[in-house]
Design a protein around this ligand. Structure first.
Ligand code: ARG
Length: 458
């Protein structure tokens, strides 16, 4: 069969051009959505009187058959077919003759491809949301299991103040919560029905766009045909959202990588989620976490690709838009795989509670609590800060901890110190002092867990 658009051409397409312009090697993965869209378009054409009942039946059953053949690997994709849209249409015409020749009535590949991507992405975003939900649940389970585990909190990667491990884990959960909210909003902008925009100006035949939208479960129609065929902002938006999600996963992975090092020794990643070295027999490496961190870069790259493709396009459809697909597909695959493996890995972490607590008490991590103590005794904070700084300086010089000091020694720094200072400088007391909303005290963390759980039940 010749090219479906071959009428005005006098020469065969150069082989090199065929290869260069073809998107079939990658857009064939849209086959299901292309067929679904054609089925809805076909039913609408019948309703509007462009197809007979017999033709409609023939087309629907042939499309179903094509879908089954693609699914079972029996569909013979012809590299000369250019893209999935022409491949399906050609197969349909081969099967149904003149009935199939009517399927493209009032339609262009420009609105067809816009529809396919929206259908595809709508499904995929829902799957990404499901996986993000699983990740959040895995984090919540760990946070509950570690509700009494104290660890050092860091700023500048220097020991700062003791925190609950569960507070730190739930911090990541908050990030994933926002990622989820962003994706849900993005879904609303994806969920818009472009068919009926035709090439760019809208269809010249009386189509029923609302009927197609209803069949395909779209709550809204695109409002402008030129916009509908030419923009892919929803693709860029999704990749951005996925990029932030990857960034958050990457940060969590970076923490796990650090914590799993011998120097930190805070966590043991299960053997099943680590790999070994081909030369060093003793090694156990956190490659999964490293790969998630690394793959984050791919997704950023995909975002830049798509934004760059879009930025100089004159109205309306331009073939450059075909370049949206590979970055989009790669992003979907990368983010889904990363979410699944990270969720499983989190379930397989063993935290070294003693080691974490020991580390939390080092580095004068309760110095702020000493300053706060003095403030409670009426000392202005700046002065309390300076006094505590001096204590740290002396302890450092003498290689001592706060708890090694006697009350008399404390009082040499400031007369406001009393016996109760020794309770204040423990990590437990430091943590439980953070009583305000959003703080790391057990009371607040438990409250947050309860809030999360009751939200889930709503
Ligand atoms: N494969 C094309 C794409 O992905 C489909 C649309 C082609 N339209 C056209 N007028 N050449 O964008």
């Amino acid at each position: 069969m010749n090219k479906l658009w071959g009428g005005r051409f006098g020469k065969k397409t150069d082989r090199m051009v065929e290869e260069f312009t073809s998107s079939l090697p990658f857009d064939r993965r849209l086959y299901r959505y292309d067929i679904e869209g054609s089925m809805a378009h076909c039913r609408m054409l019948r309703k509007q009187g462009f197809l007979s009942a017999r033709e409609e039946k023939k087309i629907l059953s042939a499309l179903g058959d094509i879908r089954r053949r693609v699914e079972s690997g029996k569909f013979a994709f012809d590299p000369a077919d250019e893209d999935i849209h022409l491949a399906v249409e050609k197969a349909l015409i081969r099967k149904t003759g003149s009935a199939g020749e009517k399927i493209h009535t009032g339609r262009s590949r420009n609105d067809q491809v816009a529809l396919d991507i929206r259908l595809f992405l709508r499904d995929e975003v829902k799957e990404v949301l499901r996986l993000t939900g699983e990740l959040k649940s895995a984090i919540l389970r760990k946070a509950k299991a570690e509700i009494d585990t104290v660890m050092p909190g860091y700023t500048h990667l220097q020991k700062a103040q003791p925190v609950l491990l569960s507070h730190c884990l739930l911090a990541y959960r908050e990030m994933f919560d926002r990622d989820e909210a962003r994706l849900k909003e993005c879904l609303e902008r994806i969920n818009v029905m472009p068919l009926g925009s035709a090439a760019l100006a809208g269809a010249g035949l009386p189509l029923d766009r609302n009927y197609v939208a209803k069949l395909l479960k779209f709550p809204r129609l695109s409002a402008n045909s030129m916009d509908a065929v030419s923009d892919r902002d929803f693709v860029a938006e999704f990749i951005f959202d996925a990029g932030l999600l990857m960034m958050h996963m990457s940060r969590l992975c970076e923490d796990l990588i650090l914590w799993a090092s011998d120097e930190f020794g805070f966590v043991e990643i299960s053997d099943a989620f680590t790999t070994g070295s081909s030369i060093m027999p003793q090694k156990k490496n956190p490659d999964v976490a490293e790969l998630i961190r690394g793959k984050t870069g791919r997704v950023y790259g995909n975002l830049v690709s798509v934004l760059t493709v879009l930025k100089g396009l004159p109205m309306t459809y331009n073939r450059d838009l075909q370049e949206d697909k590979e970055p989009l597909f790669d992003t979907v695959d990368t983010v889904k795989a990363s979410l699944a493996v990270l969720t499983a890995m989190i379930g397989n972490l063993t935290f070294r509670r003693e080691k974490m607590k020991e580390a939390a008490s080092g580095g004068y991590s309760t110095a702020t609590d000493i300053a706060d103590y003095l403030v409670r005794k009426g000392v202005p904070f700046r002065r309390a800060h300076a006094v505590t700084g001096k204590i740290v300086g002396v302890c450092l010089k003498k290689g001592r901890n706060f708890s090694d000091l006697s009350l008399a020694e404390f009082r040499k720094f400031h007369p406001a110190f009393e016996k109760d200072i020794f309770r204040v400088i423990t990590v437990e007391s430091s943590v439980s002092a953070r009583q305000g909303p959003g703080g790391t005290s057990k009371k607040q963390v438990v409250k947050r867990i309860r809030d999360i759980e009751s939200q889930g039940k709503k």
